[in-house]
Ligand binder design. Sequence first.
Ligand code: NAP
Length: 335
Amino acid sequence: MTPVNGAWHLAARPAGIPQDSDFEWREGSAPAPADGQVLVRVEWLSIDPTNRVWMNDADSYMPKLELGSVMRGIAIGRVEESRYKGLAPGDAVQGLLGWQKYAVVNGASVTKLPSLPLPLSAHFGLLGHIGLTAYFGLTDIGKPKVGETLVVSAAAGAVGSLVVQLGKIMQLRVVGIAGGPEKCSRVVEEFGADACIDYKSEDLREALRRNCPSGIDIDFENVGGRVMEVVLERINLRARVVLCGMVSQYNAQRPEGVRGIERILVQRARMEGFIVSDYLPRAAEALKQMIDWHLAGRLKYKLDVVDGLEYAPQALRRLFEGTNQGKVVVRVSEE
Ligand SMILES: NC(=O)c1ccc[n+]([C@@H]2O[C@H](COP(=O)([O-])OP(=O)(O)OC[C@H]3O[C@@H](n4cnc5c(N)ncnc54)[C@H](OP(=O)(O)O)[C@@H]3O)[C@@H](O)[C@H]2O)c1
């Protein structure tokens, strides 16, 4: 029997933080898969700051999403019907399945997930695009050396909390930056940072001077804007600025520039941006280590689970309001 699908479509380009009216809920029968395609029942939807970037009327590292399309999103699900020889019913897959209950996609466009001693949702909290971003951003671009000082912004979030822990595993001094006392105490107590600065209530410049007495060797930059400007003021000779994200700018009609770039010149520092998909060919080397560290109790992840696809628009807003407590995922159906 053809399942009934429900999906969020992009109804309008947001001005600022996305509102409910920027999305439209539509229901209908899921189409039958054609040759080479599979029908997938979505179980987990990843809610990411980059979802907001995709809603703009401009191409980024991916083409812009057209108005009326199913909202683009990374999701995990189970194959229900397959007309693709590489996948069978029951296989768990991950890919751009969208904000919907059922997806019909080309079998070659999704990744079959291995069976691991972990729940499927770990592919969003620990592994997958979040884990690879943290691991390769820090190791390949940050090039950490024992004893160096690492500063991580949005340190209580999905990527940031993994970078903090990886930094400690790699024997760095790790200073997080996060919004609010509750997040900051989690960054220190649960994730093991040496210190965490509440940028909403502390004087960031003075707190960085106090907590990074030998300067900053690696800035793992998730936020951009004013936070990044103040961090750049303290970078050391040959520092590495890992430009992972600039979440403070994603809702801005006119993104602010970053002042203080001359510090990169004076300190002969290196600033490099990256997109996690660049590292997919090397995924196996990271995943093996991340799973081992997790099973050994050295690398934790925290999910912030929103139950029900109907709440996906609100879940996205929480990333920009800072009310998320870990990696935001929507449970679309039971695992
Ligand atoms: N390069 C890549 O391939 C790649 C891949 C994945 C993610 N990313 C980037 O990594 C960053 C973190 O993503 P995530 O998925 O881990 O999200 P997250 O950190 O779990 O959630 C976003 C956090 O950003 C902070 N934030 C939001 N608006 C802010 C503002 N105006 N000023 C300062 N902080 C603000 C909030 O934390 P506070 O409450 O602490 O302010 C919020 O909790 C994002 O910039 C994202 O685009 C990049």
